[in-house]
Ligand binder design. Sequence first.
Ligand code: FES
Length: 68
Amino acid sequence: MPGREETATDRRVVALCRCGKTGIPPLCDGSHRAVGFRAPAPPPSAEPPPGTDERGSQSPRTGLTPEA
Ligand code: FES
């Protein structure tokens, strides 16, 4: 599918490169430090999708209203 690629990694934590200088695109390899890259703005707000909690975990849909 155009525009979709999979990248295999054994890293437990990954970040996408925003500076364009990484040696392992699309992942950040820390090269941004050497080039002095500073993000022009913080990334967009990470609002949790509907039906998830603030950590992105899916909430059970029981149909029950929580008791007060
Ligand atoms: S943001 Fe590009 S290497 Fe880290």
